[in-house]
Design a protein around this ligand. Structure first.
Ligand SMILES: Nc1ncnc2c1ncn2[C@@H]1O[C@H](COP(=O)(O)OP(=O)(O)OP(=O)(O)O)[C@@H](O)[C@H]1O
Ligand SMILES: [Mg+2]
Length: 248
């Protein structure tokens, strides 16, 4: 569902991603960890065509992003749900209007939209907030609106950039359950987080660690990973570790 090969990205002279390769199948979930500035957001932005592929290859939901005509970007985004680090919700619109937006863009019927919006808001504990303007709700609630909006279309791929950053531990875990539920429905989830505590609750999860734009560790045995690495520098392959049964 996601295939990345030898992906590098620079902002001017600053190299934000360096020869990143991995692949994720349908229904696979990976935590993307790494310190601030490691390149997590840059990687996620490339995967939904918010940044161009400069070097290497990225294929998401069968779209080859390096060769994607701009007219096809909306088609890609129909398959990819994104939760941004800075929410990007519309403060003057209500909760339900924000969550309904991607469905309205698809021209679905009002009844269908209302049903989906209600179900997702309920799952996120927002049911008594739906009529409020987003500027009037708390930061954690705004974050849940952003998550609801990404989930409402049942995307094949979900890219989440620190989606639990503003939430207390109990709510973070509840949201994680929702993301995991999406995974069991077959969505492929790439979840960027700093929180070791959160990752510690899911010791069986795949983890990919970025540092200074490079993958310095990953723990899943996907053949694509191994192939990608064999094709790239041998030195980098040694940085990959096998699954750790004890968890992290
Ligand atoms: N538009 C930009 N112009 C210049 N440099 C950028 C730009 N976007 C990101 N960078 C730089 O690229 C590097 C990677 O940034 P990125 O946002 O991907 O890190 P991150 O891992 O998401 O960090 P954080 O955990 O703080 O969100 C950083 O050094 C950042 O300053
Ligand atoms: Mg970031």
């Amino acid at each position: 569902m996601i295939q990345v090969r030898h992906l590098s990205h620079s902002f001017g002279r600053h190299q934000a991603l360096r020869d990143v390769s991995f692949s994720l199948g349908k229904g696979e979930f990976v935590f993307l960890s790494g310190p601030s500035g490691a390149g997590k957001t840059t990687l996620l932005r490339i995967l939904h065509a918010a940044l161009p592929v400069q070097r290497g290859e990225a294929i998401v939901a069968d779209f080859n992003l390096g060769r994607l005509p701009s007219a096809s970007v909306p088609l890609l985004r129909r398959q990819v749900g994104v939760v941004f680090q800075d929410f990007k919700i519309l403060p003057l619109r209500t909760v339900e209007e924000n969550v309904a937006l991607p469905l309205e863009l698809r021209g679905l019927s009002d009844a269908h939209i209302e049903r989906r919006v209600r179900a997702v808001c309920m799952a996120l504990g927002l049911e008594d907030r739906v009529k409020l303007k987003c500027r009037d709700i708390s930061g954690g609630e705004q974050q849940r609106v952003a998550i609801a909006r990404a989930l409402v279309t049942n995307p094949k791929v979900l890219l989440a950039d620190e989606p639990t950053g503003n939430l207390d531990p109990a709510l973070s875990l509840r949201l994680m359950e929702l993301f995991k539920q999406f995974q069991t429905y077959g969505a492929t989830v790439l979840f960027a987080t700093h929180s070791r505590e959160l990752m510690g609750h899911y010791p069986e999860a795949y983890v990919m660690h970025l540092e200074d734009g490079r993958i310095t560790a990953a723990n899943w045995p996907g053949a694509g990973v191994v192939r990608a690495l064999q094709a790239s520098a041998g030195a980098q392959r040694e940085n990959f570790v096998r699954p750790d049964p004890g968890g992290r």
